[in-house]
Design a protein around this ligand. Structure first.
Ligand code: GLU
Length: 488
């Protein structure tokens, strides 16, 4: 390039350009040698995220990776124009150890900001909050204060902010406080041990707990142990005051302002208040006892019809609790509770035949989904089809008309969901084309299926997660924090 310029430019201009180019090269070289600059990441072409596997952080769904930390980091990588490379670790200590060894650029795993970590690492600005909770097994007597925990087997994740918190409480004079630190990065292991009575209580984070509790419904909140705590990402210590950390913080600010943080929060932490713990317990029991009897045929028929098997399983559970002989007082029958008329339209000759019922139901669901207006997008399209499965297309259309009338968007499920109950309202339904319908029931119907679907999907994703190496030494590095393990 310089040679080419020398042919075409007068000497003085050439000289200035040469100096300029040399300067630029020096600047680029300096920037590249500075590991803490954003351009070092851009140069490398990849951002290495280390995380742990779980519904709030990172997991493999059927259609690819998901998770709050994952999606946020993926967006940051996209902005930088680099590839996101994800590594997983199986304990909290292993996460920090990998970061310290320089094996990752960024640690994002729903981690709390603690004083100790802030000394040893470079935390980002907070982008979420979680409250530490003590959880217990229902029926075992609910502890209400710290002193109620005396003599109980208390579990925490080894290396967690909760362990640090207990150390602090003990140092503050609560001498009897002892706990068991589980060498795993998965709070569900803790919940499982409380549910299985290997532990009496555990300390876990609130958002984490509320989305996982449906998997272990026998576990409930005893009390909050402390105030909400900030959740941050961590970078290696030398990144304090670095350009990379500044751009991460700027990125996080932007995600807050443009609503991304809130949207991701809704996707990953949305709590379903409608579903009671008892319903979840019944569902989880049925998944264990009834589903295995029918899972194979559900999967086969789902595959034939190109729908998620978890969706077909969720619908059939909501319809009949997976009872092939189910019969309602109104005469609907079978696994998918088809009416006689629908069954004969679909060519179903025996409604109590599991295969026929599932096949007929799947086809009916798909035909409803196809018939919906084109401009209703997924995933809402599926929720609308489910509502139609329950109350029929006519009433659903009425609900959409009503949604528009009351200023909502008839293409958005959450808006239509809100008006559905008024199909039962005497001051409303006479003005609708198809009149009265059990709208409240339809609303519950869809929300239940969504809930069951979510649980089943998460169970499938969990089954797909990598397992820790057989040799524990590979994932339990030396403890980073000098915490005395008590009562192990
Ligand atoms: N937020 C906790 C920590 O930073 C992780 C433990 C949990 O998810 O319950 O250590």
């Amino acid at each position: 390039m310089i040679a080419y310029l020398s042919l075409t430019l007068p000497t003085s201009a050439r000289r200035r350009l040469e100096v300029g180019l040399v300067l630029a090269m020096v600047l680029i070289a300096t920037a590249c040698s500075d590991r803490t600059s954003t351009s070092a990441i851009v140069q490398k072409g990849e951002l290495r995220l280390i995380t742990r596997n779980g519904p709030t952080t990172y997991y493999l769904a059927k259609d690819g990776p998901r998770g709050f930390d994952y999606e946020l980091a993926a967006e940051f990588a996209r902005e930088l124009g680099v590839e996101l490379v994800v590594e997983q670790a199986f304990s909290l200590d292993a996460l920090f150890a990998a970061l310290e060894r320089g094996e990752a650029d960024l640690l994002g795993a729903s981690l709390t900001l603690t004083e100790r970590r802030a000394l040893n690492f470079a935390p980002s600005s907070p982008f979420a909050q979680q409250t530490p909770l003590v959880v217990y097994k229902v029926g075992q007597g609910r502890p209400r204060t710290l002193s109620d925990l005396e003599g109980l087997r208390i579990g925490v994740l080894a290396g967690s902010s909760h362990e640090a918190q207990l150390v602090e409480i003990r140092a503050g004079g609560v001498d009897w406080l002892e706990w068991i630190s589980l060498a795993t990065g998965d709070p569900l292991d803790l919940l499982g041990q409380v549910g299985g009575s290997e532990l009496d209580v555990a300390v876990v984070d609130s958002r984490e707990f509320f989305i996982q509790q449906h998997l272990v419904p026998s576990v409930a909140v005893a009390f909050d142990i402390g105030k909400p705590r900030d959740i941050v990402w961590y970078l290696p210590a030398e990144f304090k005051d670095s350009e990379l950390l500044a751009s991460i913080n700027e990125f996080l600010d932007k995600q807050r302002e443009n609503g991304t943080l809130e949207r991701l929060g809704q996707v990953y932490f949305e709590q379903d208040d409608r579903i009671s713990r008892v319903d979840s317990q019944t569902f989880v029991n049925a998944v264990r006892r009834e589903l295995p009897k029918h899972q194979q045929i559900i999967q086969l028929i789902a595959q034939e019809n190109e729908i998620d098997w978890e969706m077909l399983a969720a619908i059939s559970y909501q319809e009949s609790h997976w009872n092939p002989e189910a019969t309602s007082p109104t005469g609907v029958r079978g696994m998918m509770m088809l009416t006689r008329a629908t069954a004969s339209d679909l060519g179903v000759t025996k409604r109590t035949d599991v295969g026929q019922s599932l096949r007929g139901g799947a086809k009916y669901f798909l035909s409803l989904r196809r018939r919906l207006p084109k401009d209703i997008r997924e995933p809402d399209r599926t929720w609308f089809a489910l509502a139609a499965y329950n109350i029929g297309m006519g009433h659903l259309e009425d609900a959409r008309v009503l949604t528009e009338r009351t200023g909502g968007d008839p293409h958005v499920w959450s808006d239509v969901l809100e008006v559905l109950p008024s199909l039962e309202d005497r001051s409303v339904y006479p003005s609708l084309r198809y009149g009265y319908a059990r709208g409240l029931e339809a609303a519950g119907y869809v929300q239940n299926i969504r809930h069951y679907y979510k649980i089943l999907r998460w169970q499938t994703a969990r089954a797909r997660r990598p397992l820790p190496p057989a040799d524990a030494r590979e994932y339990l590095p030396e403890r980073l924090e000098d915490i005395t393990l008590l009562a192990l």
